[in-house]
Design a protein around this ligand. Structure first.
Ligand code: ZN
Length: 183
């Protein structure tokens, strides 16, 4: 049995990637997604309940308890900021808690969770900031050593989602300026 190492291999692989047949516009920005809270209202679903059930154990134990919150209030005339104490129920705004507490726990995202669930949790963890599929998969590295989802898969999952309220963010909202007007 003879086997000779193939010297051509290196040459063949190097030149290939540059000249792809696909026509991808260089200027096009990837779409960004987020959890659409309006979608929950329209579908009679409770975002609060969905998000609260993703909180860590200690936060779930505190749900509904009274907490004192110190809120800054700016006087419109003088511009002076004073702090006002208000009593609220803990966990009423999950997006104010999950980024600072629950998502910091190691078991917030684990490999055995469904992929869309992990994507949903990424948005809860970043305060529901719009993110591209690439950014979503990058962020998963914070909890997972092996990422099973590529940006392409993440995008498809978000496009097809009808359970978590993951929706593309309209470009005008993302960019702020409508640079695509002229044709
Ligand atoms: Zn927590």
């Amino acid at each position: 049995m003879t086997f000779s190492p193939d010297d051509d291999v290196e040459e063949r692989t190097s030149g290939e990637a540059a000249t792809g047949g696909e026509d991808v516009p260089a200027e096009e920005k990837p779409p960004r997604y987020k959890i659409d809270l309006q979608w929950y209202a329209e579908n009679n679903r409770s975002f609060k309940a969905m998000a609260q059930s993703r909180m860590c154990r200690s936060c779930r134990g505190r749900l509904g308890t009274s907490v004192e919150e110190s809120l800054p209030r700016e006087d419109a005339k003088t511009g002076k900021v004073t702090f006002e104490t208000r009593v609220t129920t803990y966990g009423g705004d999950p997006l104010a808690i999950i980024p600072n507490c629950c998502s910091q726990k190691e078991d917030y995202i684990t490999p055995n969770l469904p992929l869309v669930e992990t994507i949903f949790r990424v948005f809860l963890a970043n305060g529901n900031q719009p993110a591209t599929p690439q950014e979503v998969t990058d962020r998963l590295r914070h909890w997972l050593t092996i990422i099973r989802v590529t940006p392409e898969i993440a995008q498809r999952l978000m496009e097809n989602d009808s359970y978590y309220g993951l929706q593309p963010v309209p470009e005008s909202v993302v960019a702020g300026t409508g640079a695509k007007e002229e044709d």
